[in-house]
Design a protein around this ligand. Structure first.
Ligand code: ATP
Ligand code: MG
Length: 254
């Protein structure tokens, strides 16, 4: 069955884009037709996977300036992976979300419902924050998974997010699931990281996954590459990272 997942926490720099892109690649490598939707006006996911801006972007689709099919671009060097991009230059998505989106809170939900028929898996990457655009993307998803870094501020951020999500679900009569978190940039040798993992797990509210610190993510973003396929001086993704990504990927699309 087709499914749309948003990876979100309102905190910046926790790995939302890295996790979205990497799990999108894994889904595609496993043979599922996968669509990334770049809902972040910073356009980081798009600049990771596309070397050049394409003709249309997400803001054009949302404003009815083109069909979704015209904005969808295949990602190079990997089968089954597609993206609806956002380009930060010009700020179209930012302008759209600040002006028109107020009257159209279900515009992303409508888009995802249309694309669900064609794609097995859809991943939405969001900006930090919980503004109109993020809310519209969250209610468009079947499930929200929270990536967070192993630090106290992220745990605080998670509590705020849980509270805000409760209100959002009530206001929009949404039944989006939120019962998984990913502790990203995890280092088993650091006690604070282990403590935060156990704190998150022992709350009993979440299935908790970890993704280790791995320089392959930054390198693949610099090289417009698929992290699972990139080798730099014959070194690729760490085995522990690859095992984590496989485990997460196996669980989240069920
Ligand atoms: N597991 C990891 N190991 C090493 N570096 C990582 C890991 N995950 C993310 N990074 C790096 O951390 C930085 C921030 O990650 P990313 O851009 O994915 O965060 P984000 O939550 O999407 O940020 P923003 O809130 O700005 O959208 C990037 O440089 C990325 O390469
Ligand atoms: Mg990001």
């Amino acid at each position: 069955m087709s499914k749309a997942i948003a990876f979100h926490l309102q905190k910046g720099g926790v790995g939302k884009t890295t996790v979205s892109g990497t799990l999108g690649c894994q889904s595609a490598l496993n043979g599922y037709k996968t669509l990334l939707i770049d809902c972040d006006s910073q356009g980081n996911l798009s600049s990771w996977f596309l070397k050049e801006p394409s003709k249309y972007e997400l803001a054009d689709v949302l404003q009815g300036k083109c069909f979704a099919s015209e904005a969808i671009v295949p990602v190079d060097n990997i089968d089954n992976l597609f993206i609806i991009p956002t380009f930060s230059i010009g700020g179209s998505l930012k302008n759209y979300s600040e002006t028109k989106l107020v009257d159209e809170p279900f515009v992303i939900q409508d888009l995802v419902s249309e694309l669900n028929k064609e794609y097995d898996h859809i991943i939405l990457d969001l900006s930090p924050g919980l503004g109109r655009l993020e809310r519209a993307a969250l209610i468009a998803s079947n499930e929200i998974i929270t990536p967070m870094t192993p630090e106290v501020f992220s745990l605080d951020g998670l509590e705020i997010f849980i509270d805000e999500l409760k209100k959002l679900k009530k206001n929009y009569k949404s039944n989006v699931k939120h019962n998984k978190i990913i502790i990203n940039s995890y280092d088993e040798r650091i006690k604070q990281h282990r403590d935060i993992f156990h704190a998150a797990e022992s709350s009993g509210r979440f299935t908790v996954f970890k993704i280790p610190v791995d320089p392959i993510f930054r390198k693949s973003q610099e090289a417009n590459a698929v992290p699972q396929l990139l080798k730099v001086r014959s070194r690729g993704m760490k085995q522990t990272t690859s095992d984590s990504i496989n485990e997460i990927n196996k669980t989240i699309w069920k």
